[in-house]
Design a protein. Structure first.
Length: 559
């Protein structure tokens, strides 16, 4: 009878454990589904998200990355947040670096590979779920500092490292002698404990820095799980992890002690672990013993880090694409070899739209080696349009996706002058800051840029603004493609031979006006500004005088 009772208790325990595992798995899957749909609140700390990108920047020429000003002008942090459906912190860092690094990919192989990955992750739900469940342990922010372990210089083993081994050995020897020989050795053990505490405080803190070694062991464990996933599709990231499976297992055994976490252990285990680490230098000794292995294997560790990040980032992009009203794989054309912007370089898009605007209006246009001057009233869509083009040019050359029904684009590095704030503290005006930035554009004499300029030279008087704007744009358009917005319709005839004219306009329907945000070909001949103030209830006499003054200014012989 007692056996039957014990059996029932064991059976209940097993059932309870199984139910706990089922509830946990259901909770994880629910969380992953929310992430894929973009419904999960994710805390994004931009102190650590760019870490991997910044480390890689030292190996990448500055001209093939999106510069800070353009990233800020185009609100790319918000675009990144829309795309970000990553599970792991490593994936989040990798996705950020993807969006900030242009890919030349002249053969088109990388474009085909990434789009094939997006397609696999959109259709093979089982494979996607297995990968994301495996990535789940790397979701915590503390894993962000893994990048410092792999991309900063590892600590140099001091020539006095033997003293650390000696101090650790003497401490444990004192404990043994105190117990087995004479209690008087307690004082020796106490002295060695104090000495080892000082070593931990001054040397150990420099050795370990911010890199969390618990996260390191977690990453190795995740890599091992991913390597065991079987896929009918050829995925190079999984193949990489499988090829490094034996290396991962060996290293995981060596760093097992370093992976133990005092905070997550039981009270007794935490006391024992802390005692051995702080007084016996166990953690420091083991790290010094494996540091040479880490240095020898740093390339393999980086490959593991990047394979994990790439899988997570590609699943995020695939999940984001499923929610978009339209997206396309861009085709690319090249500029002339002689360095000039030629007729072979085409921008041809259908229905291109902005990713941050709800129910955004898509615009279609065709350019053959031409720059663009865009006019129109405030809030009509001028600035949003050049941002739309800039964002899509970046997405096309980083993740090989455009938000359009179709797009044929040149390979161009995007640079912008959109947000220009007056700096009171350093005494710089709008105009002063803008001339400095546009001077940088003028010095970019290679035929490889797309410049976006919003309200060019708006901080100075009309006569000089028009003159300087015309001269500057003529110079820039000889070497690169420029999209510029302005309220100065006087620029239209001055730039007719070097820029294509487009405009946006508000629509007036009786006593109602609205913006349709549709790009229209040709110059803007007249505005509706006076009509709008009339509709807003300005005094009739004021409106009449405004019309009279406007007509006189348009006349070649004003009264």
């Amino acid at each position: 009878m007692n056996y039957e009772k014990q059996f029932r208790q064991i059976w209940r325990s097993i059932k309870s454990w199984v139910k706990f595992r089922e509830r946990r798995e259901n909770r994880i899957r629910k969380h992953l589904n929310e992430i894929r749909r973009g419904e999960c609140e994710i805390r994004r700390d931009y102190d650590w998200i760019p870490l991997y990108f910044r480390y890689r920047q030292s190996d990448i020429p500055a001209q093939v990355t999106v510069d800070d000003r353009t990233w800020d002008d185009l609100e790319m942090d918000q675009v990144f947040a829309r795309v970000d459906r990553t599970v792991s912190v490593i994936g989040r860092q990798y996705l950020y670096a993807m969006l900030r690094t242009y890919k030349s990919d002249l053969s088109g192989q990388e474009k085909q590979r990434l789009n094939a990955l997006y397609s696999v992750f959109r259709t093979d739900v089982s494979l996607r779920d297995k990968i994301q469940v495996a990535l789940y342990p790397l979701r915590r922010d503390v894993n962000a500092w893994l990048a410092t372990l792999f991309y900063e210089d590892l600590p140099v083993k001091s020539k006095y490292s033997w003293l650390i081994y000696l101090c650790s050995g003497f401490f444990f020897l004192s404990i043994v002698l105190m117990i087995a020989v004479n209690p008087i050795f307690f004082f020796a053990a106490l002295g060695m404990a104090l000495c080892n505490l000082l070593i931990n405080a001054f040397y150990g803190s420099r050795v370990f820095r911010r890199a969390d070694l618990v996260s390191f062991a977690t990453m190795l464990s995740v890599a091992a799980k991913l390597a065991r996933i079987v896929s009918s599709s050829s995925i190079c990231e999984l193949d990489t992890l499988k090829s490094l499976k034996d290396f991962t297992a060996r290293l995981n055994k060596k760093v097992f002690w370093l992976s133990l976490n005092e905070e997550q252990a039981s009270d007794m285990a935490a006391v024992v672990y802390g005692f051995l680490n702080h007084f016996g230098l166990a953690r420091l000794v083991i790290f010094l013993r494996v540091i040479d292995d880490l240095k020898k294997s740093i390339d393999k560790l980086r490959r593991i880090f990047e394979a994990i990040g790439s899988l997570d980032a590609c699943i995020a992009v695939a999940s984001w694409l499923q929610d978009l009203p339209a997206s396309a794989i861009p085709s690319f054309n090249e500029s002339n070899e002689n360095g000039s912007t030629g007729a072979s370089e085409i921008i041809d898009v259908d229905g291109m739209y902005h990713p941050l605007i709800e129910n955004a209006v898509g615009n279609s246009f065709f350019l053959r080696g031409e720059s663009v001057l865009i006019t129109g009233s405030n809030m009509s869509g001028k600035t949003s349009f050049i941002k739309t083009v800039g964002i899509n040019m970046i997405l096309a050359q980083t993740v090989f996706v455009v938000l359009a029904e179709r797009a044929c684009l040149p390979r161009r590095i995007v640079r912008s002058s959109i947000k220009r704030e007056e700096q009171v503290l350093d005494g710089q005006s709008y105009y002063s800051r803008e001339i400095e930035l546009l001077r940088e554009f003028l010095n970019c004499d290679e035929n490889r840029y797309l410049f976006l300029v919003d309200e060019i030279f708006r901080g100075t008087n009309t006569i000089e603004r028009v003159a300087i704007s015309a001269a500057t744009l003529r110079y820039l358009t000889h070497r690169n493609i420029v999209l510029v917005t302005t309220h100065d319709i006087e620029l239209q005839p001055l730039l007719a031979n070097c820029a294509r004219m487009f405009h946006f306009s508000e629509q007036v329907d009786g006593n109602r006006y609205y913006f349709d945000f549709i790009l229209r070909d040709g110059p803007c001949h007249e505005g509706n500004a006076i009509r709008l103030i009339e509709l807003k209830g300005y005094p009739p006499d004021l409106v009449t005088e405004a019309r009279y003054l406007a007509d006189n200014q348009r006349s070649p012989n004003p009264v």
